[in-house]
Design a protein around this ligand. Structure first.
Ligand SMILES: [Zn+2]
Ligand SMILES: [Zn+2]
Length: 267
């Protein structure tokens, strides 16, 4: 929550009901800037009935409709309709009316401070970080977890994600706020570089496993990215498959591997 002279702004609204109530009781929030369309960042928007809700134009449709979000996660098959809807409703998610969209470089001037939109696609197509002048960066899901970057939806993109992390490193922020790991004051550059190195690490794991030819499903079942799936979660496997597939496509493009008759192998 950023309290300005001209207006008060929330970045994302996945704070849970009790925090949302506390905010609503004590402050008036003029705008909510959504970093991207994923439900863990948007599910409390419904409580802020008098706030304008804004998101990057590329994520707008996926915030506005559960069925679009379902497609985004690659759950096109009808068998997922009921499961996905009940999962989303259990999180308290409701479809959201977007008042307006924003684009890279756009500045929100709160009088005493400014917030700049930094478009950082890769995690989702419209994922954005926010620079709170002069040097605090809200990283959202460039989240610095030890898991590493997540691009398990249809709009996830490795090359864009890499460029986005490099873009943030160039800003050289003094304080960063990760949506899933809190606030960091020290070692920010190193933490971002470690996060960035995960792409290469995953490439290498896949290459090692392609010493013998493999199908996409064969590689997916090895859980090279997630490492484990103790609850046999089907949605986790789908995300794993998308992420592996994106690596394979990139490795083919970079002439490291080939695909023949449904099997991937080293060149
Ligand atoms: Zn996300
Ligand atoms: Zn998230």
């Amino acid at each position: 929550m950023i309290l300005g002279q001209k207006e008060n702004i929330l970045i994302d609204a996945g704070m849970g009901l009790s925090r949302a109530r506390k905010i609503l009781k004590n402050f008036s929030i003029n705008k909510i800037l959504l970093s991207h369309c994923h439900e863990d960042h948007t599910s409390c928007c419904k409580y802020f009935k008098s706030s304008k809700i804004l998101v990057h134009k590329l994520d707008k449709e996926n915030v506005e409709s559960i069925s679009n979000l379902q497609k985004l996660y690659g759950l096109n098959n009808e068998k997922y309709d009921a499961i996905f809807k009940s999962f989303m409703l259990s999180l308290g998610y409701r479809e959201i009316n977007i008042s307006d969209t924003f684009d890279d470089g756009q500045i929100f001037d709160l009088g005493n401070l400014k917030i700049q939109v930094i478009h950082t696609p890769g995690h989702s197509a419209g994922h954005c970080c926010f620079l709170i002048y002069p040097n605090i960066m809200f990283l959202s899901d460039i989240d610095l977890t030890s898991f590493g970057p997540w691009y398990g939806a249809t709009d996830g993109n490795i090359d864009n994600f890499i460029n986005s992390i490099k873009k943030i490193i160039k800003f050289n922020p003094k304080i960063v706020i990760s949506s899933h790991k809190g606030v960091f004051y020290n070692g920010i550059r190193e933490k971002l570089k470690i996060f960035l190195s995960k792409f290469e690490e995953r490439d290498q794991k896949i290459l090692v496993n392609l010493k013998q030819k493999q199908t996409l499903d064969g590689l997916t079942n090895k859980l090279l990215i997630y490492g484990k799936n103790p609850n046999q979660d089907e949605l986790l496997l789908i995300a794993e498959k998308f992420m592996i597939k994106k690596h394979l496509e990139r490795l083919i493009k970079n002439k490291k591997i080939q695909k023949k008759d449904g099997f991937y192998s080293l060149i």
